[in-house]
Design a protein. Structure first.
Lengths: 301, 355
């Protein structure tokens, strides 16, 4: 492997890790606060991508300024996160907070099935593609390697902004403090006047927005196909579990780890590419069952 | 079973006297129920055995339902311990691929050898993976199983020079106990083989869940600490159940593979695993009958919903699952009991009925 390949793999890995992080951070945030592992998170990712692509294609087809596709990506993600995420929490999840975690898992799996089906009904099985933002930003050069600026600059920047914005939100705003308080002890938080129902709702919507944003930002880099949600939920779980469920900064690090390992596998032994994330997750969990950064919780025994 | 049937008679007589205290009556109710269930079991077995003579065209559908039902039965065992695995389709695929490899390596191999190989392969795989995954509970148990199955799925898909990639592998029609069978004969023969294995498995799982090991499995769900104080290791109790469930999934896989004549990586994909869990919950975890009832309903919706409303089976099943979890967490078994007024028995014996 030459230096060129190493740089190329590294850039690939960083671009991929940025998207992984966006989706995984939503998953881990929802799990950390609500205690629900949301399998429908993968569908939110896919639907965010489809909505952003549809919006972008519409803008381009109607002769609007192509730069408008950038806000369209964010607008699409926000709409999906708020509408779909909001409806899900209000209509369904609120009814199951008291239930067994296995049943919660199954309910979100049922939602996943429904959303997959709806997505096929609305957008069909033809691949979608909307690369306008990718083309607009052009290429940049790193150590003689040409790479699209969208993937190596814009995506990591978006991921970093999300990471720091979320940190700031949780640690330095009133709503964030309320979320942390409810996570720590829902009952005690309620008794001092925090509206836990609202905190759950907000958290779920924010997490859903991140999933949809991951999908929307992935749109220009890949063609949208059915089954992308099913793959992403497993991958983002691998990232979140490797870091330790509920770990936000940890998710960033493990997304980078998994993203870069996968990219190097593509160049070194392509057969391992798909296996890499799961391999890392299984290895980490065998040694550290709570993930790399997870806190040790009291065992049942 | 017959022994309990005999003890039920004096109990029944004692129930008429004044000293029939609550525990005795519980016992009696339990046994009458057992007896009824045994009769129902025989009746269903007889009905299924008659299918090739009455509804010959549907034997392939029923054979596939029974094969899948075997796998669901495996999931049911884990549900008894309060655990769900989102990766058991892996053992299903192991069963199918074991048959595929053997039938392509040895021409004219016997069906029983394929079945034995599938049991062995899935059992060994279950034991190895089980040693690791039984350290975890709840979401992690489910998702680590998922990770293992996805590794396996990716290997099946990527190593196409060995496994045929995403096209999968053909499973040649095996002989049965040395007999060469033509297509139509084979369909009937494999139907009966699957039926026999399904009935046998139902009986064995029933016995297993009623045995001390099966009781201990329930304790993994309710109170592991107590289980350890009794002197049993929760981990090995769960491992036993895990291997049993892996073998049942392997059996389901080898039968499904032989009916379809094909083993594909799709068998191992995580959504397949979730389908198995889905069916177990749909059917109801409280009773072995739920596994097969749920499978028939699931497959029927999947097959016939397509005719009603184009490409909507996931939608219909997803909504059904949510309705079941919200309003009938016991699944079809509970609905059946409500319908026949048996839930009183269920509450009297606090869920002991129909183990």
């Amino acid at each position: 492997m030459t230096l060129n390949f190493a740089v190329l793999a590294l850039l690939d890995g960083i671009a991929y890790a940025s998207l992984l992080f966006l989706v995984a951070v939503g998953l881990t945030l929802i799990f950390g606060v609500l205690g629900i592992l949301n399998i429908a998170h993968g569908s939110l990712y896919a639907i965010g991508a489809y909505v952003a692509a549809t919006l972008g294609q519409w803008l381009v087809a109607n002769g609007y300024n192509p730069w408008l596709t950038f806000p369209a990506l964010f607008a699409g993600a926000t709409i999906v996160g708020i509408v779909l995420g909001g409806l899900l929490e209000r209509l369904l999840l609120q009814r199951i907070y008291a239930k067994d975690e296995i049943l919660q898992l199954l309910v979100t799996f049922a939602v996943f099935m429904i959303l997959e089906n709806l997505q096929r009904m609305i957008w069909g099985v033809q691949p979608y593609f909307m690369s306008t933002p990718l083309n607009l930003l052009g290429n940049v050069s790193f150590f003689g390697i040409n790479y699209t600026a969208y993937q190596v600059l814009f995506l990591p920047a978006a991921a970093i902004v999300v990471l720091f914005a979320l940190r700031h939100f949780l640690r330095h705003t009133s709503m964030g403090a309320q979320i942390l308080a409810v996570t720590e002890d829902r009952e005690a938080a309620t008794s001092i006047g925090i509206n836990a129902t609202r905190v759950y709702f907000m958290t779920f919507v924010i997490g859903a927005c991140f999933a949809a944003l991951g999908g929307a930002l992935a749109t220009p880099t890949t063609s949208l196909v059915t089954g992308m949600g099913a793959n992403m939920i497993v991958l983002s779980f691998a990232v979140a579990a490797t870091a330790g469920l509920g770990q936000i900064e940890g998710a960033a690090i493990s997304a980078l780890m998994i993203g870069i390992a996968r990219a190097f596998a593509v160049y070194l032994s392509p057969e391992l590419e798909v296996i890499m994330p799961y391999l890392i997750m299984v290895l980490v969990l065998l040694i550290k069952p709570n993930g790399l950064f997870g806190k040790v919780t009291a065992r049942k025994i | 079973m017959s022994k309990e049937f005999l003890t039920a008679i004096p109990d029944g007589a004692a129930g008429t006297t004044a000293d029939g205290s609550l525990p005795v009556r519980q016992e009696r109710r339990g046994n009458v129920l057992m007896n009824k269930e045994f009769l129902a079991f025989i009746a269903v077995a007889a009905l299924l055995a008659a299918v090739p003579f009455t509804f010959g065209s549907s034997i392939t559908f029923i054979a596939m339902c029974l094969a899948k039902g075997l796998a669901v039965l495996g999931i049911l065992i884990l549900l008894r311990a309060g655990q769900v695995s989102f990766g058991h389709a892996m053992y299903f695929a192991i069963g199918a691929y074991a048959a595929a490899f053997l039938s392509s390596a040895f021409r004219g191999i016997d069906m029983m050898v394929l079945v034995a190989a599938a049991i062995l392969a899935s059992g060994v795989a279950g034991a190895i993976v089980g040693v690791f995954v039984t350290r975890y509970r709840g979401i992690f148990f489910g998702m680590i199983n998922l990770a293992f199955s996805m590794v396996f799925y990716s290997i099946l898909e990527k190593a196409f020079h060995i496994t045929g990639g995403s096209d999968g592998m053909r499973i040649r029609r095996p002989t049965l106990l040395g007999m060469e069978l033509r297509r139509a004969e084979f369909d009937v023969a494999i139907y009966y083989v699957i039926l026999v294995f399904a009935l046998l498995s139902v009986w064995l799982v029933w016995r297993y869940l009623r045995s001390p090991m099966g009781e201990a499995l329930r304790a993994v769900k309710s109170n592991e600490t107590r289980l350890e104080y009794v002197g049993l290791s929760a981990k090995s109790v769960l491992l036993g159940g895990y291997i049993a469930s892996a073998v049942l999934c392997g059996l389901g896989g080898v039968f499904m593979g032989m009916v379809q004549g094909l083993a594909t990586p799709e068998h191992a994909f995580w959504t397949r695993s979730s389908e198995l869990v889905f069916i177990a919950v749909l059917g109801g975890p409280a009773h072995v009958a739920g596994a097969f009832g749920g499978t028939v309903l699931f497959e029927a919706v999947r097959t016939y919903a397509a005719a009603l409303l184009d490409d909507s089976w996931q939608l219909i099943l997803g909504v059904t699952l949510i309705l079941i979890i919200l309003w009938a967490p016991g699944g079809m078994v509970e609905l059946f009991r409500r319908f026949t007024g048996r839930n009183r028995v269920k509450t009297v014996t606090s869920g002991e009925a129909g183990r």
